[in-house]
Design a protein around this ligand. Sequence first.
Ligand code: WT7
Length: 643
Amino acid sequence: MSDGKLEIDKEREAEILKAEAELYPPSPETLEAARIKDVEAFYRRSLDDLAGFWEEQAGTLEWRRRWDKVLDESQAPFYKWYVGAKTNIVDNALDRHLKTFRRNKLALIWEGEPGDTRTFSYQSLHREVCRFAGVLRSMGVKRGDRVTIYMGRIPELVIAMLATAKLGAVHSVVYGGFSTEALADRIEDAQSRVLVTADGGWLRGKTVNLKQIADEAVQRSGYVEHVIVVRRTGQEVAMEAGRDYWYHELMSLPIALPRCETEEMDAEDPLFILYTSGTTGRPKGVLHTHGGYQVFTSSTLRWVFDLKDEDRYWCAADPGWITGHSYIVYGPLILGATSFMYEGAPNHPYPNRWWQLIEKYGLNILYTAPTAIRGLMRFAESWPRRYDLSSLRLLGTVGEPINPEAWRWYRNVIGGGRTQIMDTWWQTETGGFMISPMPAVPLKPGSATRPLPGIVADVVTEEGKSCGPNEDGLLVIKRPWPGMLRTVYGDPERYVSQYFSTFKKQGWYLTGDSARKDADGYIWIIGRIDDVIKVAGYRLGTAEVESALVSHGAVAEAAVIGVPDEIKGQAIHAFVILRQGVPVPLEEDLKAHVRKEMGPIAVPAHVSIVPVLPKTRSGKIMRRVLKARALGLPEGDISTLEG
Ligand code: WT7
């Protein structure tokens, strides 16, 4: 923020001012169908007695032993929720449904990119999870062990996550679009002995060599003893005897029993680690736990998407990101919902793929990212218009601010002008939705509206004063919530310094976003205040991409920034200084190197070779100057520039 304001920030400002005047109240039908009609009263009640409110929410779930205390703040910011309670998230996500009619209800409808389909009832999903838990157990996986999972959007990803949790082990899912270095770093940080992966994955008619990438990562990291490989594409892969096993072969052995006891856990025991990018250095392992997370994901999903038993719900994210963890896997399963999952990309082979799927399965809710909406908006309206999308009841978006133009297109063209749009603001760290409308809330396009019940969010100055209407400030969360991260895996100091040191005295959680609140209390997210870049909604740290560049033999130093991109929101622009006396590499070679180390999402759109990088006297790269340079804008005050 102290970086000053650029032209591009002013664009968002103009957008906000215009959209602030537009209001979209829910239709009478939407209001009639909404579970929570008096949102005001619900919100007020939650704040009157925060602990009582979260206790009531927890009461909707099954616990093996109830808590002695809802919230323990004695070691803040290391908060504890539902202290003393015994549970396992799998009790609520699967086991309890077997005692009801949901036993035979569909939990998951899946379609592969080539058009193959599979479905799982709660009963059959439970059986597969038990069998795979048996397999993992036979490989020595037990309470507290970390299992790394690396594959595409296939049902086995969900099965592997749930099986790990069932045993009380901790899953670390690495997004299938990441590559060697990213996977190796994450395996190493988590010290996983077991890796679950696939031979490959389908993407836009081609296959991704997941197993080959996994092999290289395993070699680099040196912790993995067993690799379990799901056969998805059938492509030829190398299998190392004594280390690698086929999933389907293991699942046909007597160790894969259809029943497997669910381990009893403390509410505060770790459930998973999910790596995400921060300001500096390596990605952080955000740690979530069984108890608070199950309450938070299921409550927020019920409020925001108002799931009904007869709904078919589609969260089009990847299970490898927090959106998928919370709102493909855990949230919907805890609520006993029917979810749809699709393996491929929205526009392959044609930009009708999603609309075809909505019609084919009669889906009622679609939850996706602004980048996907903008990508599909490029194509003629005749693509969606050819399909019957009348089953859609609610739409949702997440990951970055949605520009009002895309918002209106989404609502009118996809939602037929009927559907409200749930613009959900949250983070890997928050575990679930924090600022979001519910169906009965009047909307303004581009605003995530207001904090959800139980969430105390505010926009403040650097000194901690609440900002006035339309004044830019820092978005903070002033009270703990059950879904919050508990620590950074293996690095509690980083947890404190990253999130709780800016407003230490007040004990507020720093989100890393800047925002403003309008006169109606609606929150408008402006963007990150740190060195995090959002490319197509994916969160990347400048440091990670820079270190991938510097690992190329010809690169001495690198700095990357985000520049505006019409479809992806932001794209990466890299500046590199070359080593002396090496042949000058082609821009394409540098890009290919990043692709190999980090994955396609981290590949810079532009690489500029430069003789020096602008730095402050203390040696910090001045990204503001680079940004202005990349955009051909005035560079502003450079008086602190080195040399
Ligand atoms: C960052 C968190 C939470 C799932 C996906 C992203 C940005 C997220 C919104 C939104 C404006 C948003 C923020 C946030 N962000 N949702 N609705 N409107 N910005 O999780 O990768 O941890 O990224 O995404 O900048 O800090 P994540």
